[in-house]
Design a binder for this molecule. Structure first.
Ligand SMILES: NC(=O)c1ccc[n+]([C@@H]2O[C@H](COP(=O)([O-])OP(=O)(O)OC[C@H]3O[C@@H](n4cnc5c(N)ncnc54)[C@H](OP(=O)(O)O)[C@@H]3O)[C@@H](O)[C@H]2O)c1
Length: 356
C-alpha cells in the first residue's frame, strides 16, 4: 500500500492493480476516417458518473472493468463532474493509481467550449479560453498530453480561424496528439477541416449527438466526414438512458437514476416517445438484444461512426452495453422496421444551441 498525493496535496492510499492479460480478446477496434487513430467500437464517457457526486470505489471498478474489456478510450471535458473539473480530477487519480503503466495504450480526450469558469472568457471558442482550459485539464488529469482535444461547440462570434488555430497550437505544443470538433454542422465542419489542413494539423474526428431518436447527422454531416476522410464518435447513443429496457418497461417517475441530470427531464418521456422505444424494444428482442444493445449496434452500422460513447454508472450497465458487440449486423428488413420507430423525438439539446 502506498500513499498518493493529488495535485492539491490531498493524500490517498493506492492498492496495486494490474490490467487483465485478456483485455484485447473481445473488443472490436475501428479506424477513425483515413487517420492512424484507432478506437474501440465502444468508448466510455465520464460526463455524469465520475464526479465527486459518485463514490470513487464505484468509479474505479467501472474504469478498471472497462479497460480490462478493451475499452481503451476515455472521453472527458473540462466541466464534467459535478462539480466542474472533478471528473478529470478523479480520472487523474486513476492515472496515478492504476493506469500509468498503460498510458500508451490509452486514448484520453478532453474538450473546451461550454461554460467552465465565470466571466466572458470562460466558455466558447477563443484562443485564450481553449489553451488555458487545456492546461488546467492536463494538470487535473495528471498527464502531459491528451490524445484528442476538441472544440466542444461551434462559436458563432469568434473567427473559426482563431478556434482552429488554438487547436493547432495545442498540437504544436505537444499538448494534443489529434484534434476534433463537437456538434459542428456539416458546413462548419468543412470550413474547420480546410483551416486545419492549411495549418497541417490532424483534425480527424467529429463528436456529434446521434441515436435512434436523433438522426441529424444523416442529413449531410456523415457525407461531409466521409469526403474529408474524417470519422465520428457518437454521444448520447442511449439518449441519456432513455433507449434502455427500463424506460420501455417502467414508469419514468419510478426509475432511480444514479445521478440526477439537469439535461434529462422525465417529462420528455411522452406517450409518443414511449411508443417509439417500445416498438424498438420489440425489434431488439427479436435480434436477441436488449434495447440498449441494439441502440449501440445501430449507431455503429455506418463505418464513418468509428466508435460510440456510452455512459455507465455500474459494471452491470457496462457489461450489458458491451454485449452490443455480439451482434453488430442488421438485415435490410430489420433496418426498415427500425426506421418506422427511429424518428425525431425532440431530445437533442446540442444541435440548435451549439451551432447557430
Ligand atoms: N460532446 C458533447 O457535447 C457531449 C454531450 C453529451 C455527452 N457527451 C459524451 O458522451 C458520453 C455519454 O453521454 P451520456 O452519459 O449522456 O450517454 P448515454 O450512453 O446516452 O446515457 C448514459 C446513461 O444511461 C444509463 N444507462 C447506460 N447503460 C444502461 C443500461 N444498460 N441500462 C440502463 N441504463 C443505462 C445510465 O444512467 P444512470 O447514470 O442513471 O444509471 C447512464 O449514465 C458522455 O460521458 C460524454 O463523454 C459529449
Amino acid at each position: 500500500m502506498t500513499i498518493d498525493f493529488d495535485y492539491k496535496g490531498v493524500p490517498h492510499t493506492l492498492d496495486p492493480w494490474s490490467a487483465s492479460q485478456d483485455r484485447y480478446d473481445s473488443m472490436v477496434y475501428r479506424r477513425v476516417g483515413n487517420s492512424g487513430l484507432i478506437l474501440p467500437a465502444i468508448s466510455l464517457g465520464l460526463w455524469y458518473n465520475f464526479g465527486d457526486n459518485r463514490p470513487f470505489d464505484i468509479q474505479r471498478e467501472v474504469l478498471r472493468h472497462a479497460f480490462d474489456h478493451g475499452i481503451t478510450h476515455f472521453d472527458l471535458a473540462n466541466n464534467y463532474g459535478p462539480p466542474y473539473g472533478s471528473a478529470e480530477e478523479n480520472f487523474g487519480r486513476m492515472m496515478r493509481s492504476d493506469f500509468r503503466p498503460y498510458r500508451h495504450e490509452l486514448t484520453i480526450s478532453s474538450k473546451a467550449g461550454w461554460d467552465m469558469w465565470p466571466g466572458p472568457n470562460g466558455q466558447l471558442g477563443s484562443r485564450g479560453y481553449l489553451l488555458s482550459s487545456l492546461e488546467d485539464s492536463l494538470r487535473r488529469l495528471s498527464i502531459d498530453y491528451v490524445d484528442i482535444f476538441y472544440s466542444h461547440r461551434f462559436d458563432p462570434a469568434t473567427p473559426l480561424e482563431e478556434t482552429i488555430g488554438a487547436l493547432a497550437t495545442a498540437v504544436q505544443l505537444g499538448h494534443a496528439r489529434y484534434v476534433g470538433i463537437s456538434s459542428y454542422s456539416a458546413e462548419h465542419t468543412a470550413e474547420a477541416k480546410e483551416i486545419a489542413d492549411r495549418a497541417g494539423i490532424p483534425l480527424v474526428i467529429h463528436q456529434p449527438s446521434y441515436s435512434l431518436l436523433n438522426r441529424w447527422i444523416e442529413s449531410g454531416l456523415t457525407e461531409q466526414l466521409r469526403s474529408a476522410g474524417m470519422g465520428a464518435i457518437s454521444f448520447t447513443a442511449l439518449a441519456q438512458g432513455l433507449l434502455t429496457d427500463r424506460y420501455a418497461t417502467e414508469d419514468a417517475a419510478d426509475i432511480d437514476r444514479a445521478t440526477s441530470r439537469p439535461t434529462f427531464a422525465d417529462d420528455a418521456v411522452t406517450d409518443e416517445v414511449l411508443a417509439k422505444i417500445r416498438g424498438l424494444k420489440t425489434i431488439a428482442a427479436a435480434r436477441g438484444q436488449s434495447l440498449a444493445q441494439m441502440a449501440l449496434a445501430w449507431v455503429l452500422r455506418d463505418p464513418v461512426v468509428a466508435s460510440t460513447l456510452i455512459g455507465a454508472s455500474s459494471v452491470a450497465q457496462l457489461d450489458e452495453n458491451l454485449g452490443a458487440l455480439d451482434n453488430l449486423d442488421f438485415s435490410d428488413d430489420e433496418l426498415r422496421s427500425i426506421d418506422e420507430y427511429a424518428t425525431e423525438a425532440g431530445i437533442d439539446l446540442w444541435r440548435e444551441s451549439s451551432d447557430l
